[in-house]
Design a protein around this ligand. Structure first.
Ligand SMILES: Nc1ncnc2c1ncn2[C@@H]1O[C@H](COP(=O)(O)OP(=O)(O)OP(=O)(O)O)[C@@H](O)[C@H]1O
Ligand SMILES: [Mg+2]
Length: 673
């Protein structure tokens, strides 16, 4: 590569000619025109000068001994393309010109001897030509340099872009992996949010852990009261559960342990497998006031150190939501226990209890409250359409104090209702109603009133009876005397007969009254009820002349210890009533039977029946629906008092239009009087 000659601002012209005289003439001419000029007498010298100096124009002789001018200029063209090349020649022969132009791109030919003006013009034009070429190549060079710089910048930019792209790619990958972790954590938390029991919690944790290669089926151990526990694990896609009767003390520690020998021993003895490596993760419920863990997670694995760190990081991240869920489960469990206890206590009350709001809607009730599909307390309690009569609830709500009332149901039961108001901020929001069944007490009370009434009547009747008996005996004796003195054909005889009969009836009534009020002196006997009925019925033969009588006697019946004449009177009264109820005919059915420890008989008629509102009243002394002189209203009250005296019961069943059945139940094992 030809070295680049030092650049000069002053254009320099190199004259090459083997004729020293020509060189000198040219030098002189050019210098006179202030054109810098060097000369060379041989092509080699010329080439040396060009290596050293920066020439703009070379003017070469055509004919030179070692190298022709064409060859020299061709060489110069090759190595110094900016130099404008001129040729001096004695003859302008066409082949020479053609060759010089083709090979050396000669700019101009100057004939020798030259015309000075022509030479100078040629040289100046060549200088300008060279100057343009230099400027062009300078520009081309600068453009080249700029291009190179541009190229470098482009390359730098590309590598920068590449670096940035890699950075972005890296951040994107990191962001994606973070996003994935966040997604997984969110999914885990979402799954946890659906958990409401320990087995469900275990399942979520199981699927979370087994994503890790090298981690075996995890075991969840929850702590229960009195040092007991419950172990959960998955086997063949099924959840298993095992009760652990006693847990080691050190399980109560809150420390996360990797391969604790004690834990491994416990694991192997309970899981019955050899343990590779073990991580023990304690879980604490956050809101349960205890610093102790409430569960342990036992994870067997064969992870190397790095993977184990990753695993623990992942698990620790999840412990907080797990604790929250565990809290939820345990609180729920405690709530369930409390609710169960409360419900059991509530249901344990024999009496119905209901919590009722101000609109009488039942919010809660124990199982002894009559649960139906209705929502109002009175609908549930007594199938009513409005508040029960005398319900104390309105008073409790308005007075904000407990109130009590007596409520009678459609089934004739009596309840004492206590309403306790439950105060909200400053007003009653609901009421707790406590219903006590006092039907039995009330019946006893009514019976007491009744028996007191009877006792009073008995006393009164007894006194009157005694007082009346004597004058009646006189009337009767007098009537008999007068009758004996009167002819039977006399109309007075019949009247006296009537007087005597009336006196007899009055004495019979008095006898009844005395029976009712005075203790009998008759001794008790063991009596066969069948026999007693059989001997009583004939006495009523005239009363039963219009009725069909059917008797059904039990084959073997125990004897009852009682006073036969008194029970006979009961039979008499009941049959008499029946016959009176079927005055125009009907069917009288008498049955006897034996029940466990009881001997019973019933007297049924096909009469008109007794209206329900009279069922109690007919047992009252002197209650009668019969006309004056026909009934005294003592038959049933006397009968009941006799039956009860022997520890028995006299009850009735009656259907209007169908008839009435009176039943007597007597204890076969007689009571000591
Ligand atoms: N079998 C019956 N069928 C319909 N009503 C009856 C029957 N037995 C009793 N009664 C009703 O009960 C009332 C009371 O009966 P109870 O025997 O006490 O008195 P009485 O029959 O009216 O009078 P007494 O029996 O003193 O002659 C009767 O008046 C009658 O209305
Ligand atoms: Mg009667």
């Amino acid at each position: 590569m030809i070295q680049k000659a030092k650049e000069s601002v002053q254009p320099k012209v190199l004259i090459v000619d083997d004729e020293e005289a020509i060189c000198a003439a040219a030098r002189r001419l050019l210098r006179s025109k202030n054109i810098d000029c060097v000369t060379a007498s041989t092509p080699q010298e010329a080439l040396k000068i060009l290596k050293r100096e920066d020439c703009w124009v070379v003017v070469s002789d055509y004919r030179m001994p070692e190298m022709s001018g064409t060859e020299l200029l061709e060489e110069i063209k090759k190595n110094y393309p900016n130099i404008s090349r001129l040729m001096l020649t004695g003859f302008l022969e066409l082949p020479i010109i053609q060759e010089a132009i083709n090979r050396a791109s000669v700019f101009r030919f100057i004939t020798k001897p030259w015309d000075e003006t022509e030479l100078l013009l040629g040289i100046e034009t060549a200088i300008q030509h060279s100057g343009r070429k230099r400027t062009n190549s300078q520009l081309a060079h600068e453009i080249g340099v700029q291009n190179q710089k541009l190229e470098e910048l482009t390359q730098n930019l590309e590598s920068e872009v590449m670096k940035r792209t890699q950075g972005i790619e890296e951040s994107r990958r990191m962001a994606e992996s973070k996003q994935k972790l966040v997604r997984e954590l969110t999914g885990f938390v979402k799954n946890l949010s659906r958990v409401s029991t320990i087995p469900q919690l275990y399942e979520v944790l199981y699927y979370e852990m087994t994503r890790f290669h090298g981690v075996s089926v995890p075991y969840l151990l929850t702590f229960e009261e009195h040092g007991r526990g419950r172990l959960y694990w998955m086997q063949h896609e099924n959840l298993h559960e095992k009760h652990i009767s006693s847990l080691p003390q050190h399980f109560g520690s809150l420390r996360l342990r990797t391969s604790s020998p004690e834990d491994r021993v416990w694991w192997e003895s309970h899981i019955k497998k050899e343990c590779r490596q073990l991580v023990t993760i304690p879980i604490r419920a956050r809101e349960i006031p205890s610093s102790l863990p409430v569960a342990l997670f036992l994870v067997e694995h064969d992870l190397d150190k790095g993977k184990l760190v990753d695993f623990l990081e992942r698990i620790t991240e999840r412990l907080q939501p797990v604790s929250i869920v565990l809290d939820k489960i345990m609180l729920r469990h405690q709530l369930e226990i409390a609710a169960e206890q409360w419900e059991a206590t509530f249901d344990g009350f024999r009496d119905p209890i209901a919590v009722v709001d101000k609109e009488e809607k039942v919010i809660r009730a124990n199982k002894n409250f009559f649960k139906k599909d209705q929502s109002r307390c009175y609908e549930m309690f007594d199938k009513r359409t409005e508040l029960c009569i005398d319900c104390p609830m309105p008073i409790a709500i308005s007075s904000q104090e407990a109130a009590s009332g007596l409520v009678r149901t459609a089934t004739q039961k009596s309840y004492r209702v206590l309403s306790y108001p439950v105060l909200g901020s400053d007003q009653v929001r609901r009421v707790v109603n406590h219903y006590t069944d006092i039907s039995h007490e009330r019946d006893l009370y009514l019976k007491l009133v009744q028996s007191e009434k009877l006792a009073a009547v008995g006393l009164l009747a007894g006194n009157i009876a005694h007082e009346l008996n004597n004058p009646l005996s006189g009337i009767r004796a007098l009537a008999q005397l007068l009758k004996s003195e009167t002819s039977p054909s006399s109309p007075h005889h019949a009247d006296l007969d009537e007087v005597e009969r009336a006196a007899i009836r009055c004495q019979q009534i008095i006898k009844n009254l005395l029976n009712f009020s005075e203790p009998s002196t008759e001794y008790d006997e063991n009596v066969d009820i069948n026999d007693l009925i059989s001997i009583t019925l004939p006495l009523l033969k005239t009363n039963l002349r219009n009725q069909n009588v059917h008797t059904y006697f039990a084959e073997s019946i125990e004897k009852v210890k009682l006073q036969p004449s008194q029970i006979q009177q009961v039979i008499f009264n009941l049959v008499n009533n029946a016959s009176q109820a079927m005055a125009s005919g009907g069917v009288l059915t008498i049955k006897t039977w034996q029940e466990k420890g009881k001997v019973c008989f019933s007297i049924a008629d096909s009469g008109p029946g007794i209206p329900p509102e009279l069922h109690q009243r007919i047992f009252e002394p002197f209650f009668t629906t019969k006309g004056v002189g026909t009934g005294t209203g003592l038959g049933l009250s006397v009968s009941r008092s006799i039956v009860e005296k022997f520890g028995g019961q006299l009850t009735l069943e009656s259907k209007m239009g169908l008839g009435t059945v009176f039943t007597v139940v007597l204890p076969s094992k007689p009571l000591a009087k």
